[in-house]
Design a binder for this molecule. Structure first.
Ligand code: NAP
Length: 445
């Protein structure tokens, strides 16, 4: 791997890079099938990604005709890295087995290890014989919509494809590794004003928030609308706030500390609620919610923004959904992509149907949406929210930080990049937006 890393760091020409021999194996952050029961019986908080995550060498798989090997300079932690490493809600080896049965190429994924990671930035090393738009030497970011484009169901909105998967979560050979195996239709240009780790942290969360806020498949927010964003300084929330601001809306950011509130103010989010300071208790007991607390939240949002939210950006799930459905404006939309605090949701349906609200499910993004979201990063209109960076060897620690809600924005992981700050080509664009690019890093350092 050293020769490949050195060639990339030296900006070697594409033909030189393409001529370098591929290694027989490469290092990767993975969980093992024989350890998938290691946390059985423990509560989620006690399941420790540092115990389940290993960084070790694995053999390089064969390349399919529609795929590329990417030399990964940097990757990032997503919440699905946490899910994989604590084997919740179920061990991901089941996904790999299912993929393994689909085709000869799918069988490569069914291994006794699962390489995690649904984000990456790096350089294309080789492409399969059917790849037209990419070549060795291309500097890329990778989005995680893993779609079989020979399936007719993938051709309206590929997120509706019957066998749509999230790469690095429902497939093997993800981004937390020195080499990633990706389909050509996952590749996007690297934003050249960003370092490798800044470029690597966006695709999953940024594309998800783009679809949820901007796309007709999501809430399609219009100018002047008010949007309540849960976890507004978190992975998806901080991109959601940027989209609301860019689109002429008014975000109301929900956070859990004064430091996070200050960070949002610096991002330009005027209205921020510290849910801890307010002491909301939406659930009186494990089984009963408190509508008085929903009302108290609704009043607070009105006081701040002067209106009920047209859109609620929802992902905490069980803890907050009752409140989210209640506070949304008459005719408003609750757009949800997750349920971090519990999948079994309860809300008072009267507030949904009698107030003509829409509860809409959303999941990652199709290639066009991911491409648009990446284009906005490339143009300096959406900024990375990178707050911390770890080496590949400390992937377990990095996932632990996200698991326990200890970080803002995104956590990066250096794979082949030996240090932070490398890979920038467009220094003029970087200078113009330096404050915003480094905002979370300055806070989270
Ligand atoms: P994250 O970086 O950990 O941020 C989540 C934020 O939610 C936290 O910063 C926290 O903010 C807030 N939060 C956590 N528990 C909460 C609770 N009980 N009540 C209220 N707020 C709470 O995670 P993320 O990357 O933003 O992801 C969030 C969820 O979305 C995860 O479940 C993830 O798997 C899912 N997701 C789904 C998709 C998809 O395509 N379907 C894509 C990306 C992420 P405060 O403590 O400051 O309030």
């Amino acid at each position: 791997m050293d020769a490949i890393r050195d060639a990339i760091l030296a900006d070697a020409p594409a033909d030189e890079l393409a001529a370098l021999p591929l290694p027989a194996d490469f290092r990767a952050a993975l969980v093992r099938a024989d350890e998938q029961e290691m946390f059985a019986g423990l509560p989620s908080e006690e399941k420790d990604p540092r115990k389940s995550t290993h960084v070790e060498a694995v053999p390089l798989p064969e390349l399919a005709p529609d795929e590329a090997y990417v030399a990964v300079m940097a990757s990032a932690i997503n919440f699905n890295t946490v899910w994989t490493s604590i084997f919740e809600p179920l061990p991901t080896f089941q996904f790999l087995k299912r993929l393994g049965k689909e085709s000869v190429w799918g069988a490569r994924h069914d291994q006794p290890f699962h390489i995690m990671g649904s984000d990456a930035a790096g350089v294309v090393l080789r492409v399969g014989s059917a790849v037209r738009n990419w070549k060795p030497g291309d500097r890329v970011t990778v989005h995680c919509n893993y779609v079989d484009d020979q399936d007719p169901s993938s051709h309206d909105d590929s997120m509706l494809a019957t066998n749509q998967r999230i790469w690095g979560f429902e497939s093997n050979y993800g981004g937390l590794a020195e080499i990633a195996l990706v389909r050509a239709n996952q590749l996007m240009p690297k934003p050249e004003h960003l370092s490798w780790e800044e470029a690597a942290c966006n695709a999953l969360c940024n594309s998800t928030s783009y679809r949820m806020i901007v796309s007709p498949h999501g809430a399609q927010m219009t100018q002047g609308q008010t949007v309540l964003v849960w976890g507004a300084s978190g992975g998806i929330g901080a991109y959601a706030c940027q989209y609301v601001l860019n689109g002429g809306g008014t975000p109301v950011g929900m956070v859990s500390s004064p430091e996070r509130a200050a960070l949002l103010h610096e991002m330009g989010v005027e209205h921020v609620i510290d849910r801890k300071a307010e002491g909301y208790r939406f659930w009186k007991t494990d089984t009963e919610q408190d509508p008085g607390e929903w009302r108290r939240l609704g009043k607070k949002i009105r006081e701040l923004a002067g209106a009920d939210p047209d859109v609620v950006f929802e992902h905490p799930g069980r803890q907050t959904m009752g409140a989210s459905v209640f506070v949304a404006k008459r005719g408003g939309t609750i757009i949800t992509c997750a349920a971090t605090s519990g999948f079994t949701i309860e809300y008072d349906n009267r507030y949904l149907w009698m107030m003509l609200k829409t509860l809409k499910g959303c999941h990652f993004a199709n290639y066009r949406e991911a491409w648009e979201a990446n284009r906005l990063v490339c143009e300096g209109k959406i900024h990375p929210t990178l707050s911390r960076v770890y080496p590949l060897d400390q992937t377990g620690e990095a996932a632990t930080q996200v698991h326990h809600n200890l970080v803002e924005g995104k956590v990066g992981v250096l794979c082949l990049a030996p240090e932070e700050g490398l890979g920038v080509r467009d220094t003029a664009l970087r200078e113009r937006h330096l404050d915003q690019i480094t905002l979370f890093r300055r806070h989270g350092g």
